[in-house]
Design a protein around this ligand. Structure first.
Ligand code: SPD
Length: 285
């Protein structure tokens, strides 16, 4: 008889659809019940540290670069000169870290409703939270929808680095929010939103890209590979008032930064907008 004492984390998000993801862990480093959600940080066996909100994997040290680089550099290299950037959600700090690589950025606001996510990330996820004390960063713990309504015509870039459309992030997936982002962007601004997997959540992708097409001059959907997310792939809706992510992309600007990036490069930027036929036909982009 063999006795094993293996510990496993199981993400139950997709259980009703008959699928799950299990990751072996060494230990639970800390858990905290905030006013908004249950926050957990694990030390996993294969993927380093992992942040989990209400039982859903937000990021692991092993593959977070594929998500944070793509949610950030695609819009920032599409815009001619991004100076004022807002990140909604993103309390782990990974997106802000990427935003600050851009020398044109003078102001990087982080609007994360849950201050305890920022606090635990600072303590346990320093490789992501490392840039949160940069003087260009201001952190707000407010509701993202209310925050942008109070700042009309202000941002060059808005990045919605949200959790899934259940719980505190639900409002960020509404048509009203896509209209409100348009109001908070400058005349040539770009918004990019976490928009789930085209394999598992095609109806959400269709709805969000529909809002982008209806309310913005240029709409797009692009994807990245993140093995610890459901189906291993996640996409982003691009909502742009002027710039086109392929026609206005100036790849020469990437060169000085290329050495510090692990996933993003000019070829990935262009190829990420090439979608499989089944979803391309569904969303008409
Ligand atoms: N299904 C999980 C999607 C999570 C997307 N946001 C992650 C936040 C990382 N900064």
């Amino acid at each position: 008889m063999s006795v094993t004492s293996e510990l496993w984390f199981e993400e139950k998000l997709e259980l009703d659809s008959g699928r799950t993801l299990k990751i072996r862990i060494n230990r639970l480093i800390e858990q905290f019940e905030s006013p908004y959600q249950r926050i957990e940080v694990y030390e996993t066996v294969p993927f380093g540290r992992m942040l989990v909100l209400d039982g859903v994997i937000m990021c692991t040290e092993w593959d977070e670069h594929a998500y944070h680089e793509m949610i950030t550099h695609v819009p920032l290299f599409t815009h001619a000169k991004p100076e004022r950037v807002l990140v909604i959600g993103g309390g782990d700090g990974g997106t802000i870290r990427e935003v600050l690589r851009h020398p044109s950025v003078a102001q990087a606001d982080l609007c994360e409703i849950d201050g305890d996510v920022v606090r635990l990330s600072r303590t346990h996820l320093p490789s992501m939270a490392c840039a949160l004390d940069d003087p260009r960063v201001t952190i707000y713990h407010e509701d993202g929808a209310k925050f942008i309504a109070e700042r009309p015509n202000h941002y060059d870039i808005i990045i919605v680095d949200s959790s899934d459309p259940i719980g505190p992030a639900e409002v960020l997936f509404s048509e009203e929010f896509y209209v409100a982002m348009r109001g908070s962007l400058r005349e040539d601004g770009i918004a990019v939103t976490q928009s789930e997997s085209f394999y598992y959540h095609a109806s959400i992708v269709k709805r969000l890209t529909g809002f982008a097409k209806k309310h913005y001059a240029v709409a797009g959907y692009y994807n990245t590979i993140v093995p610890t997310y459901p189906s291993g792939i996640i996409g982003f809706t691009m909502c742009s008032k002027k710039y086109h992510p392929l026609r206005d992309f100036n790849e020469a600007r990437v060169t000085p930064m290329q050495g510090s990036l692990r996933y993003y490069n000019p070829g990935i930027h262009r190829g990420a907008f090439d979608l499989p036929s089944f979803i391309k036909n569904e969303i008409n982009l």
